[in-house]
Write a protein that binds this ligand. Structure first.
Ligand code: FEO
Length: 395
C-alpha cells in the first residue's frame, strides 16, 4: 500500500500492530511500530530504506503493485539495521544491479549481515546526487545516531529530511502525519524512544543538530523510519531532541525498588511520602521494578533529577533484577543526575553499599550513605525512612 507524503514522495512501509518487543527483548513496544520506507518518483525513481525481514515478501509484493521494480534507479540505505534493511535481499533478487547509496560503515553492516556484494556507492556528508526535475538528494552522516553507519537523506525542492531512526517513535498508526495521532501517545513514545535508544549518544546528537542547522537546509517535513512523518511544525521534535540531549531532567524524583517480603516496599513508600512532604511541588513516582516495564522506568529516570534505588540484601548482594537494571542504567550514560540507596536486611546488610557503588559506576552522584533497616521496618524505622525522603528532597 502506498500513502502520499508530499509531491512525488510516497510511503511504502509496513505498520506492525503486533510488535511487542524490539531489539530482541530489550525494548517494549506496547503500541507496536512501523518500518517506514519511501518511494521518490522524480526523473529518477529512488527507494529510501526498506522494512524488517519478516515482512520482506509482503513489502516487495506491495512495491510491485505500485511500480515496475526495474524502474527503481537507486536505493538509499540510511542505516543497515535489519528493521530497515531486512527486505533488501528479497528486493535485490529482483533488481540485483541497482546501486545502493549508503555510508562506508553501512557497507560493512550490510555485507556483514547479508554477505552480498551489491553495487554499493559510498556517500558522506554534503554529497549530492541529481534525481531529475531539478531535485537533488543531499546526504548527512549521522554517525552513532544510533549506529556508526547511520545517515539522513535530504530531498531538495520538497524539503524533506529522511532522518531514519532519529526523531522516530515506536507507534503503530494507519495515519501518516504527526498532527493526525494522539499527541500524548506521540510524545510518550518519542521520549521513551530517545531515553532508551539515543541517550548514550546525547553529546554527539547535540553537535549533529548544530551541524544540520549549519547546512541551512529548509525542513518542511521530517520523514522518520519509525512512527509518524513530522509535517506540522517539524522542528518541534528537533527542539525536543536539543533539550533531551542537554543532560535533561525535570523536577522529578523516582523511587525504584525490589522487595522480598515487603519491608523494602514499605521503606519505598515512606521515602516517597517524606519527599512529598519536604517538597510538595516535586513529582514523585514509585516503581516496584519486578512489576514494571523496565523501559518505562528508564524513561522516568531519564526525566528525573534523582533516582532513589532500593533492594533488600540477599547473599551479601542485591536482588538480581535490580542488579541487571542498574547495569542497563549504566549503559545509558546519564549525566547530571543524583542517586540514593535504601533497603532492608536481616543479617549482613551490604545491599545499600552495593547499590551506592553500582550507581556511582553508572555515573550518578551518590548524595548520601543511604538508608538501611534491620528486619521489618517498625514505626520508628518508617519515620526514619520519611526523614531520609525529606533529606533527599533537599539535596
Ligand atoms: Fe530502527 Fe536502528 O533501527
Amino acid at each position: 500500500m502506498m500513502k502520499h507524503v508530499k509531491g512525488n514522495v510516497h510511503w511504502v512501509g509496513k505498520v506492525d500492530w503486533e510488535l511487542e518487543t524490539f531489539h530482541g527483548n530489550e525494548y517494549t513496544t506496547r503500541k507496536g511500530s512501523t518500518y517506514n520506507s519511501y518511494l521518490i518518483k522524480e526523473g529518477k525513481t529512488v527507494l529510501v530504506d526498506t522494512v524488517w525481514s519478516p515482512f520482506a515478501d509482503e513489502f516487495v509484493d506491495n512495491l510491485e503493485k505500485g511500480i515496475d521494480l526495474a524502474d527503481i534507479d537507486l536505493i538509499v540505505v540510511n542505516h543497515g539495521e535489519v528493521d530497515h534493511s531486512g527486505a533488501l535481499p528479497a528486493l535485490m533478487e529482483c533488481i540485483p544491479e541497482t546501486p545502493i547509496y549508503c555510508t562506508a560503515n553501512a557497507v560493512k553492516s550490510l555485507k556483514g549481515q547479508y554477505h552480498e556484494d551489491w553495487d554499493f556507492r559510498v556517500v558522506k556528508t554534503g554529497d549530492r546526487i541529481d534525481i531529475g526535475n531539478g531535485k537533488e538528494l543531499v546526504f548527512v552522516e549521522m554517525t552513532m545516531l544510533h549506529w556508526p553507519d547511520s545517515m539522513a537523506t535530504y530531498l531538495t525542492g520538497d524539503n524533506i529530511l529522511f532522518s531514519n531512526d532519529a526523531f522516530g517513535q515506536h507507534l503503530a498508526t494507519e495515519k501518516l502525519f504527526n498532527d493526525q495521532v494522539d499527541q500524548c501517545d506521540l510524545f510518550n513514545e518519542s521520549i521513551k524512544y530517545y531515553a532508551n535508544i539515543l541517550t548514550p549518544f546525547s553529546s554527539m546528537l547535540a553537535k549533529k543538530l548544530k551541524e544540520i542547522s549549519a547546512l541551512g537546509l529548509p525542513i518542511d517535513m521530517i520523514a522518520t523510519s519509525h512512527g509518524v512523518v513530522w509535517r506540522d511544525d517539524p522542528m518541534q521534535i528537533v527542539e525536543k531532541y536539543a533539550a533531551w540531549a542537554d543532560d535533561y531532567k525535570e523536577d522529578q524524583i523516582t523511587v525504584v525498588y525490589e522487595t522480598m517480603w515487603n519491608g523494602t516496599r514499605t521503606l519505598a513508600e515512606r521515602i516517597a511520602a517524606g519527599i512529598r512532604e519536604a517538597d510538595p511541588d516535586v513529582v514523585v513516582k514509585v516503581f516496584n521494578l519486578a512489576k514494571s516495564d523496565e523501559n518505562d522506568v528508564i524513561t522516568e529516570i531519564f526525566k528525573s533529577k534523582t533516582a532513589v534505588i532500593g533492594s533488600p540484601t540477599v547473599s551479601n548482594n542485591i536482588l538480581h533484577t535490580m542488579a541487571g537494571f542498574i547495569q542497563m542504567v549504566k549503559g545509558f550514560r546519564f549525566k547530571g543526575k543524583k542517586a540514593a540507596a535504601f533497603g532492608c536486611y536481616g543479617w549482613s546488610g551490604e545491599g545499600v553499599k552495593v547499590i551506592n557503588d553500582l550507581m556511582s559506576e553508572a555515573g550518578f552522584e551518590v548524595t548520601t550513605e543511604g538508608y538501611r533497616n534491620n528486619w521489618n521496618p517498625d514505626g520508628a524505622a518508617q519515620e526514619a525512612a520519611e526523614e531520609f525522603g525529606r533529606t533527599i528532597a533537599g539535596l
